[in-house]
Ligand binder design. Structure first.
Ligand code: SF4
Length: 377
């Protein structure tokens, strides 16, 4: 029996190959970003449900977790009152007559029965650094699943709303995270369910590789992606310094390059892991081994300080050291009581600026792919 999660809906609407190809090797990659996301969601769940915990609950967390949690807390303080009777991490599920089980855990769910019918809202916290990714089908799935909890004989669904909060995307004026609020017309969840059945459950058997493959559980073993990669690499080879005239072909080559870069990174990590677990790989007259490299000397700054001062002038010592801004400000914050850390960081930066210690190093502009049109689902 297949179980489908709401969080995989946007991928499945783009290509349902991973649902139907049960032969391919599946991977579920753990990464630091996912761990941070889990931690932030757990903290915000406590905040929304008014779990009694004090500032010390955050004391051991990283700057990143704290930043994201505080952004979510500010958003909830500004908008939480518009979301009545909020409950967190509610387990929603429904079994299709064809056997598949659809599950979802919206971060915040609000269901209120008013005179004109049910008013349902879901809120989802996003800790991603990508702000142009669509979560429409995940949110629609939550709304659709929630209707099964709200059914009463004579009450219609009056209002559906979903809100996606991008915790890293802070508005410089309000200091609140930006968010997307969508009012979904009643009955649209029925249309959505029909499209879900047609596009996902009754998949037409056509694989649709693209940028989304990165997030697909079978991306390492998918025949269509492997073919697309091979074609892309063939198209790139020999053209590295002569771009085609057609801009659309340059964009296509750029996308292929991104996919290939990710595939190479994954392959390198997989080979390294294999050698660590099983030893060198031998074949075709070659061995792939992990070769020890000679370490570089690391100098302990505290012990080096008096030695350097004995040999060099202050100006000369200054040319040998760099100050790590985040480490310095983090150290200042660690000596400051909770609630005043941000101000202490700002004050320390102000002192550095007053002393003329802050310069600006221009970074080389980064190549970036920005979506300007509407992509097909
Ligand atoms: S890797 Fe890409 S093409 Fe293959 S099933 Fe997944 S989404 Fe579809």
């Amino acid at each position: 029996m297949k179980t489908l999660r709401a969080s995989s809906m946007d991928l499945l609407f783009k290509c349902a190959g991973s649902l139907h190809n049960t032969e391919a090797v599946r991977v579920d990659e753990e990464n630091e970003a996912a761990e941070i996301g889990t931690e932030v969601h757990a903290l915000l769940a406590k905040r929304v449900s008014r779990w009694p915990f004090g500032p010390s609950a955050l004391s051991g967390d990283s700057d990143d977790v704290r930043f994201l949690y505080e952004a979510g807390t500010r958003w909830w303080a500004a908008h939480g009152e518009t979301i009545p009777d909020a409950v967190v991490e509610t387990a929603l599920s429904w079994q299709m007559t064809s056997g598949e089980i659809i599950t979802g855990h919206p971060d915040v769910l609000s269901m209120t029965l008013k005179d004109d019918g049910w008013d349902i809202a879901v809120v989802d916290w996003k800790t991603t650094r990508l702000f142009d990714v669509s979560y429409h089908h995940q949110m629609m799935c939550y709304l659709w699943l929630s209707t099964f909890r709200a059914i009463t004989a004579d009450k219609p669904f009056a209002k559906f709303t979903y809100i996606v909060v991008y915790l890293r995307d802070i508005d410089p004026d309000t200091k609140l995270p930006n968010y997307e609020l969508v009012n979904v017309p009643p009955d649209m969840e029925v249309d959505w369910a029909a499209r879900f059945i047609t596009k996902v459950l009754l998949w037409d058997g056509v694989y649709r590789p693209g940028k989304h493959c990165t997030y697909c559980p079978i991306h390492i073993d998918c025949p269509a992606r492997t073919k697309a990669l091979a074609e892309g690499v063939n198209a790139l080879v020999g053209r590295a310094d002569t771009l085609p005239d057609d801009p659309a072909r340059i964009v296509a080559a750029y996308k292929t390059m991104q996919t290939v870069e990710k595939a190479v990174k994954d392959l390198r990590a997989a080979i390294r892991q294999h050698i660590e677990d099983h030893g060198p790989i031998q074949g075709d007259g070659f061995d792939i081994v992990l070769q020890e490299t000679q370490g570089t000397d690391v100098i302990d700054p505290q012990k080096a300080w008096p030695v350097m001062n004995g040999l060099l002038t202050d100006d000369e010592v200054a040319k040998c050291v760099t100050v790590q801004k985040n480490a310095f400000l983090g150290m200042v914050a660690s000596k400051t009581p909770h609630g005043k850390k941000q101000a202490a960081r700002g004050a320390a930066m102000g002192l550095l600026r007053d002393a003329g210690a802050v310069g600006n190093k221009q970074q080389k502009a980064r190549l970036t792919l920005i979506r300007t049109g509407v992509e097909d689902e």
